[in-house]
Design a protein around this ligand. Structure first.
Ligand code: HEC
Length: 117
């Protein structure tokens, strides 16, 4: 009798543990929309970008569809946002803004935000 009870407890423990591991890995990748929007505002990306309207730069929706299904999407946007590539606005070449973010997690969160518009 005692032994049966014990094994039920153990099985429950294993189930509970694997559920909490699954929850933790989902949380680690969860998109933090307010954090991404705060970065966009702080860096004044909105001067040239909007979520769905073309400005001097492409809308985030347009960028999301350009990279949809591409495995290199995140890497391309890390490069774009951190190395100041040359862009052209109204025929004038300039350097793209290098984003100021507190760490790599915030940068990846920003990119996940753009790619999910
Ligand atoms: C002075 C205007 C300007 C500002 C400010 C600006 N961008 Fe851009 N951005 C552009 C232009 C123009 C392009 C298009 C470059 C091209 O297609 O060659 C671009 C392209 C992009 C792309 C698409 C890159 C690709 O590979 O297709 C993303 C994403 C992007 N910008 C995000 C941002 C974010 C995030 C910020 C704020 C940190 C920002 N931009 C600030 C003008 C700007």
């Amino acid at each position: 009798m005692n032994q049966i009870k014990f094994s039920v407890v153990v099985v429950r423990g294993v189930v509970a543990l694997s559920l909490s591991i699954a929850a933790a890995s989902i949380c680690a990748q969860a998109l933090d929309i307010p954090a991404a929007e705060a970065v966009v505002i702080a860096n004044k990306c909105g001067k040239c970008h909007s979520i769905d309207k073309q400005k001097d730069g492409p809308s985030f929706k347009k960028t999301a569809s350009k990279y949809k299904g591409r495995a290199d999407a995140e890497a391309k946007l890390v490069t774009h946002l951190t190395t100041g590539p040359t862009i052209e606005i109204d025929g004038v070449k300039e350097q793209h803004l290098k984003v100021k973010v507190k760490d790599e997690t915030a940068l990846k969160n920003l990119i996940a935000y753009i790619l999910s518009r």
